[in-house]
Design a protein around this ligand. Sequence first.
Ligand code: BG6
Ligand code: MG
Length: 226
Amino acid sequence: MQENRNKTGFIFDLDGVIVDTAKYHYLAWKNLADELGIKFNEDDNEKFKGVSRKRCLEILLEMGELSVSEQQFEAWLVEKNEDYLKYIEKMDQTEILPDVEKVLQYLKKRNIPMALGSASKNARLILEKVRLLSYFETIVDGNSVTQAKPDPEVFLMAAAHLNVEASNCIVFEDAVAGIAAANAAEMTSIGIGASSVLSEADHNYNDFTEIDLAFLDKLIINSSIA
Ligand code: BG6
Ligand code: MG
């Protein structure tokens, strides 16, 4: 990958950027919250975006003012994930968000290095389900990092794996914590979602249908059509 050194690299978050799995995370957390008698709605779920599974459960238990044993905590983490995986099992290519594949295809055609940078431990499984795994030179996910977003570790590791300078990386993110992580890594951040929420992003789009290829061209340096 020495040849990537002076190139622009693109790093994609997964949940909420490539696929709308936030709705499945919500349903699984809601099931657990109901079981524990904790009120939980879609607004509460915003706080869970980009945040590790463990941290999500800590937040949920704080909301319910519950303190539990380590063993119980681990059991609920497993329960939530097993529930979530029931939704993931049914996923296929139809769940790729609009125009995501168009952008991936364009960047691939231009020989641009691409990485996944996700907090999820299920990232590889989901990419397999929606058949997008082959676009990425590297997958950095919740199994690879020790620090969760907004720490920049996930994106810095992705840049290192691509052998691209951090300052030459562009990050697509839908979570406030993810935009903060990209900015802390001194990368260009592109918020996917409401600009009122992702106000710290360098650029903002509601979804990939709003991103034209000329904009991507402007972000790309030193690359050629493959
Ligand atoms: C992030 C999601 O991508 O992954 C969070 O935005 C989620 O909502 C986190 O909690 C961890 O996911 P998983 O699949 O490891 O439970
Ligand atoms: Mg996300």
